[in-house]
Design a protein around this ligand. Structure first.
Ligand SMILES: Nc1ncnc2c1ncn2[C@@H]1O[C@H](COP(=O)(O)OP(=O)(O)OP(=O)(O)O)[C@@H](O)[C@H]1O
Ligand SMILES: [Mg+2]
Length: 302
């Protein structure tokens, strides 16, 4: 049996009409105030500028491990960018720099022209593992950001709306261990989005899902982006996923991690995965990554 856990008495109640203009999409509320400013909302538009960012980590032997080298990248407000590249090329490190969880060793990063100097609610993070709090039901998990910002009274109605947004409207009382992988990832998206970030940073969010759930979730992410107009920067190892989702693909290479090339995806949405242009672009990216393979024999006949 499930029950509301650690939620205030109002939790699970009907959505409040006073929940704020973010309800139902569009711009977040303008007056999300102290003590922690609500994300999004009038704070800017979600453009990211990365100038010459390098990052090294200390190695136990006293040397430095260069994780990222002189990365330059401009991401427009509302743009969908994917980062793709081999393991260890610095994709997660780059997301963590944008999130403000790490500081660049040299170079600088900006959000809407302001230097990024630490974490902020205007940048939401979603990981491969949903990291839901197991002792809270889904409603409690999604409500977490509102309570952390001490805006429960004003924004509690948003919880139901964000659960609806990700298709979990009926699952607020369910606990994380009862959810499928796809549902858990939806909950974690709602938990990030309820803070109305200007930028959503997604580190292989679909990497643990089976192929069909993954394709469904790709459509969900596009739908949410369409509704919320949030800038998205997503790490993936899946070339098809990168082409299906993004406006531009940032191809990274390792040793040390750097941006090899940035490829615009010129196809209108919705996209078809099986058209020749899609497959040609796929081949080009695999070639850049040296994963295109090689035919010893004449081409296959199918
Ligand atoms: N906190 C840390 N301390 C030391 N080294 C680190 C730290 N974080 C990352 N690194 C190193 O930085 C490099 C880049 O790591 P990062 O996790 O960004 O790669 P990635 O592209 O996300 O890889 P993957 O695809 O496997 O997730 C690696 O060599 C890694 O060992
Ligand atoms: Mg990573």
């Amino acid at each position: 049996m499930t029950q509301e856990s650690q939620a205030p008495p109002e939790a699970g109640g009907p959505a409040s009409p006073a929940a704020g203009p973010a309800a139902g999409g569009g711009a977040p509320p303008a007056g999300a105030g102290p003590p922690i400013p609500a994300a999004g909302a009038g704070a800017g538009s979600g453009a990211i500028e990365i100038r010459g960012a390098s990052k090294s980590f200390p190695h136990p032997d006293g040397s430095e491990v260069p994780a990222l080298s002189r990365v330059n990248l401009s991401v427009g407000a509302g743009e969908f960018i994917t980062l793709i590249g081999p393991s260890g090329c610095g994709k997660s490190t780059l997301l963590r720099l944008i999130a403000g969880l790490e500081r660049a060793t040299s170079g600088s990063l900006f959000l809407d022209g302001r230097p990024i100097e630490g974490p902020g609610a205007e940048r939401g993070l979603v990981f491969q593992n949903p990291y839901l709090f197991p002792w809270l039901n889904i409603h409690g998990n999604v409500a977490f950001g509102i309570k952390a910002r001490r805006r429960w009274r004003e924004e509690k109605g948003l919880v139901g709306q964000y659960l609806e947004l990700v298709g979990l409207g009926r699952f607020g009382k369910v606990f994380p261990h009862h959810l499928s992988g796809g549902m858990a990832q939806r909950a974690s998206l709602a938990r990030a989005l309820i803070n109305r970030p200007l930028v959503l940073l997604l580190d292989e969010p679909l990497g643990a899902l089976d192929a069909f759930t993954r394709m469904n979730m790709q459509d969900e992410i596009l739908r949410i982006r369409e509704e919320k107009r949030v800038t998205m920067i997503m790490v993936t190892h899946d070339v098809d996923e990168a082409i299906y989702l993004s406006d531009r693909i940032v191809v990274m290479t390792a040793g040390p991690g750097r941006v090899e090339t940035v490829i615009p995806v010129p196809f209108a949405r919705p996209r078809a995965r099986n058209i020749p242009d899609f497959l040609r672009l796929r081949g080009k990216i695999l070639e850049i990554l040296n994963f295109a393979g090689r035919l010893e024999e004449p081409a296959y006949q199918i």
